[in-house]
Design a protein around this ligand. Structure first.
Ligand code: GDP
Ligand code: MG
Length: 440
């Protein structure tokens, strides 16, 4: 993947005390290939490589004390720029309701993303959303939105599939105003290819709904094609943002890198899975770091902080650093990690996460959490602080007390040990080269 290729290139240059012009040439050649292979638009690649080259052989790098690091910083900054520089926020209407129109090809993820975003904005901005079902062509499209709405407890306006989409939207807008919804999300139909009939319909929907955002939903897996689609939709509908879905999949990543510089439309959100909470605001700098293998530390922290009480999180970090992380902490951590989503997802965001693939012991079996709780609660305070003292007879006592087996106790102790080791590794790493200046 793009990330793997760039990481290999960066690794070669990272530790260099001296970087020659030839090194830079070699590196830019590799970057160029990696980008082209990842399906990044060739004009974008050309421009990108040129600015890297200029900056990398300039004063900035060659005169610096850590040229290897400096080159990586340049690449990171340029990648960030390529994706729009800073995060682009939702454009809320001064006079409610704020209207978000979702357009895109069939299967891109419009319906899913509309529901995810309704859920996300309700949570982050305390809004009262209404979703409008204006896809009357795809069988069961209305039902799909209604099901998602039902799950999230968000109302869906629909008039079945016998009324024209434009009329549905017009009446839906009336309903939103009448019922004081301050957020409206319009789910529209897609086609397999760009289609004039569809574009006409979307233009009319736009006219009757006056959207504050026209979001193009694109599938990251479609690579270069996503860029072409974006150009076509932008010409007709003046997009205000892109929602890029399926970044959790095995994408080559090229679309994320080119879409902004080709169309001028920023990516505002990314879909990271099928579940309703698998949507994140897009941060160009973090994406660049992720591509370069520095790990998405900030997203991770943000996720942790949304779930874990901030003070507790800081406390936990302190403990991890000072290695007084006990089984009690482990117990608490398990509960909190559970609220953050699957542990594997979290690991994937950490620096050097690749190394942990296949470490099966890291996985917390959600069903066994009750058992783990029982085991830990059967321990004495001394055992919890220093599990090394848990010998065979103590294990037997703990197993008996918790209604489990010695094998279960052993498994838990091993998991705890592995987790502690893993966390120490992460923290140690973060301390040495922390690209974000975090307090750890
Ligand atoms: P639409 O035709 O544009 O409305 O697309 P849908 O919303 O129906 O999505 C098509 C499929 O893609 C569904 O199976 C979704 O669950 C899936 N999907 C949407 N977004 C994502 C994402 O970010 N990641 C993954 N893995 N699947 C997604
Ligand atoms: Mg749909």
């Amino acid at each position: 993947s793009l990330s793997d290729r760039l990481q290999a290139t960066m690794k070669r240059i990272r530790g260099r005390g001296k970087v020659s012009e030839a090194d830079v040439k070699q590196m830019t050649r590799e970057i160029r290939l990696a980008l082209l292979e990842a399906d990044v638009n060739f004009k974008v690649v050309k421009k990108f490589v040129k600015s890297i080259q200029e900056r990398a052989v300039g004063q900035e790098v060659l005169k610096s004390l850590t040229p290897g690091q400096q080159v990586i910083k340049v690449v990171q900054e340029e990648l960030t720029d390529l994706m729009g520089g800073t995060q682009t926020k939702i454009n809320f209407a001064l006079k409610p309701p704020t209207v978000l129109l979702f357009v895109g090809l069939q299967g891109a993820g419009k319906t899913t993303s509309a529901a995810k975003l309704a859920y996300y904005i309700r949570k982050t901005h305390n809004k009262n959303p209404l979703m409008i079902a204006a896809d009357i062509y795809r069988p069961a499209a209305i039902k799909q939105l209604q099901t998602l709405g039902g799950q999230l407890n968000i109302p869906v306006f629909s008039l079945g599939d016998k009324v024209s989409p434009v009329e549905i939207v017009r009446q839906g807008m009336e309903q939103a105003r009448a019922n004081h919804h301050d957020l409206v999300l319009i789910d529209t139909a897609g086609r397999l290819h760009i289609d004039e009939g569809l574009m006409d319909e979307l233009e009319q929907i736009k006219e009757v709904s006056h959207p504050d955002e026209v979001f193009l939903v694109v599938d990251a897996m479609t690579g270069q094609d996503a860029v072409n689609v974006a150009t076509a939709f932008n010409d007709r509908l003046s997009l205000t943002g892109v929602v890029m879905t399926k970044l959790d999949g095995d994408t080559r990543g090229g679309a994320a890198l080119s879409i902004r510089s080709v169309t001028g439309t920023p990516i505002k959100f990314v879909g990271m899975g099928e579940k309703m909470d698998a949507l994140e605001p897009f941060h160009p700098d973090r994406m660049a770091s992720r591509i370069l293998g520095m790990g998405d530390v900030l997203s991770l922290i943000e996720k942790a902080q949304a779930t874990i009480d901030e003070e507790k999180a800081r406390d936990m970090q302190q403990k991890l650093l000072s290695v007084t992380f006990t089984l009690d902490d482990f117990l608490e951590q398990i509960g909190q990690v559970r609220n953050m989503g699957p542990l594997e997802d979290l690991l994937a965001m950490m620096p050097g996460a690749n190394r942990f693939k296949g470490m099966k012991n890291m996985q917390v079996d959600e069903k066994k959490i009750d058992q783990i709780q029982a085991i830990i609660r059967s321990m004495t305070p001394g055992e919890k602080t220093d599990p090394d003292i848990i010998n065979a007879s103590r294990k037997k006592r703990i197993a008996l007390g918790s209604g489990t087996s010695v094998a279960d106790v052993n498994r838990l102790l091993k998991q705890f040990k592995d987790m502690k080791k893993m966390m120490k590794q992460f923290m140690g790493k973060g301390k040495k080269r922390n690209p974000f200046n975090l307090p750890f």
